[in-house]
Ligand binder design. Sequence first.
Ligand code: HEC
Length: 150
Amino acid sequence: MLRKWMVFGLSAGILIAFAGAGFGLTDDESELEKVMEKVNKANNAIKKGVRTPVAFKKMHKDIAKRSKELVKLAKESKPIKDAVGRAKDVANPQKKWDEMMDDFIAKSEMLEGTANKSEPDYDDTKKAFSALSKTCSDCHKVFRVEDEKF
Ligand code: HEC
């Protein structure tokens, strides 16, 4: 009797494991989307913080931290090539991807540098953030064809 239950338990466990694996395979969120969601979270926090000098005063420490995170995420996303094949009207999408990612990395590093000064300046940080935001929309225009909200 005990044995039967053990066999049942085991096969149920295997079934659940299979179902779990199947779920993983049909999960339609790409690796890049996962990183982009984190990028977006950090980006939104910074956006809030540079809205006004008052907000900046309150949030500049968080902005400094988030900008570091963005540099890391930008570097993480460059080698994820999911989207390269989806580019429209681009002669050499791989080259374009690398260029745009390098720009994204460079602009987030500039923001990181500005935001992590001992006394970060509001205008400088806001400018660095605008430059960074442009790299998001530039790349989305080319590689994120279905949706251009950002
Ligand atoms: C070099 C290219 C590139 C840059 C730079 C870039 N993105 Fe993206 N982003 C993409 C691509 C490609 C997708 C679509 C991913 C997919 O659908 O697989 C995407 C998707 C997204 C999404 C949707 C994620 C989801 O769950 O569907 C958000 C939000 C986003 N990006 C925010 C940003 C923000 C904010 C920045 C700048 C701080 C940024 N991205 C910079 C290429 C880029």
